[in-house]
Write a protein that binds this ligand. Sequence first.
Ligand SMILES: Cc1cc2nc3c(=O)[nH]c(=O)nc-3n(C[C@H](O)[C@H](O)[C@H](O)COP(=O)(O)O)c2cc1C
Length: 182
Amino acid sequence: MKTLIINGSPRKDGDTVGLIELLIKQLNGEYEIVDAYYSDISACRDCRYCWNYDGCSINDEMSEIYNYLVDCDNVVIASPIYFSQPTGKLLDVCSRFQTYFAAKKFRNQKASLKPKRGAVILVGGGDGNPQDAYRTACSLLHHINATEIYPPVGSFNTNKLPATKDEKAIKDIENVAIFLNS
Ligand SMILES: Cc1cc2nc3c(=O)[nH]c(=O)nc-3n(C[C@H](O)[C@H](O)[C@H](O)COP(=O)(O)O)c2cc1C
């Protein structure tokens, strides 16, 4: 089993990373983590290369992610909530999924990616709810052929309680691992 985890947090010991670490301890198989803030992956520039050709005109670390996405079984989007959305850097990385949208829409190709399970882990300081960020993350996961997506999980009061001390978040991560391992 192969799992891709996209981490949208800049904080190397932050709440998102704490929950990712809990998850990977319970995951079967291999995993790959993309750190949106520290990878050499640019945002899509809407150059429209992919309207006519397979792949992407930008040559950077996204090539490895494209390869991994071909046959991985699971994709996890894990991010802090910034202004009710996943972070901008996470959206930059995921904007490169545009090539899959273009393949279907403009080149009439069938999905080239193995169907996947998806999960969305979010953390927030305590202002607002995770619904908008979850909806955005689900839309991104649909672009990469996630056919089953787990309900939103995470920790939403991190200004007062670190995610790794949040009992409900810890239990929810256990359930995400069971879902991804099944
Ligand atoms: C620019 C910015 C915007 C934020 N917007 C929200 C928000 O809309 N809702 C919320 O609950 N928390 C918000 N937060 C708080 C973070 O989501 C919170 O501190 C989170 O635990 C950080 O996760 P990390 O430690 O994994 O980076 C924001 C923080 C920053 C820096």
